[in-house]
Design a binder for this molecule. Sequence first.
Ligand code: NAD
Length: 331
Amino acid sequence: RKLGVALVGLGKYSTDQLAPALQETQRCKLVGIVTGSPDKAEEWKRKYNIPEKNVYSYQNFDSIKDNPAIDIVYVVLPNSMHAEYTIRAAKAGKHVICEKPMAVSVKECEDMIQACKSADRLLSIGYRLHFEPYNLTMTEFAAKKTHGAVKVITAKDGMDIEPGVWRLDKKLAGGGPLMDVGIYCVQGALYTVGKNPIAVTAKEGPKTDMKRFSQVEQSLTWKLEFPGGIVANCECSYAEEMNLLRADAEHGWFELKPAYGYKDLKGETNLGKLNIAQVNQQALQMDDFANCVLQKKKSKVPGEMGLRDVRILTAIYEAARTGKRVELTNL
Ligand code: NAD
């Protein structure tokens, strides 16, 4: 049987990406929803043939423990709600996929990992690009030294955000573009280099729109230092579109532009364009997790990776706040 997935939070990502991807998955399928909106529940029940018994509100969510049709709970809520719903899902005996960023503090990430461990449930983070062939090619080129040893990574991710959304609310988002899109630059740098960074320096950009960015940063630049003198120069913004992952190596370069989207990624090297088939990243990501559950093996994007990244994001904010180089000793 295909494992049953329940989506928690029926916002844009669930609606436009995850639910459609769950129509293409081989090892799991959409069987349940958790929503605060009765109207959405009706619409989803009709559209995806979801039985009433698999529809939960945030209030009665814990009774999901009595529902054997649901194996995996996928948390797709604002960032500050990830920890609570992941922990409640684990306590209800469900395996959990939690969206990025894993949570808004290191302590929350640790508690989530502990809760899943205690309940003997698997935990993974929605890092879809680990299943995307262009991004996997960055890892492969660097590891095989196709263009010589990598020296410098450049990673940029940004968008021009609409005003008034939860992503601009510090309490719900935990921070600004760094938490939301900058995390892709951190991820891209780390999976390309294939090592953890050892230190970071950072600087917050100027605010040109005080109204939109009253609570969170508008933009941020930071530099990750890796063993062997490799550096990653990164930038994120909520006021400007940018999307790049590039590696400069001894004998050439390779890059993705755009690098982090759901589709239509493009890759190029100093030798020419890359031509790789596009995939449904979310379908591959969820099927891989279903396989992990079926085979009782750890995901390649586990809670520990989410924790590592939240440690790095926290250090980047500290470096920006203090103006000091922050060492990353505990990754
Ligand atoms: P969204 O605003 O479209 O949806 C958020 C959902 O949470 C809505 O259904 C909303 O009703 C619900 N919600 C419950 N309590 C809420 C509250 N107090 N305030 C606001 N909303 C509340 O957001 P989204 O774009 O779907 O993002 C959800 C999560 O998914 C975020 O953590 C985000 O980082 C992540 N995400 C990941 C990717 C990816 O590519 N992996 C892409 C988009 C979003």
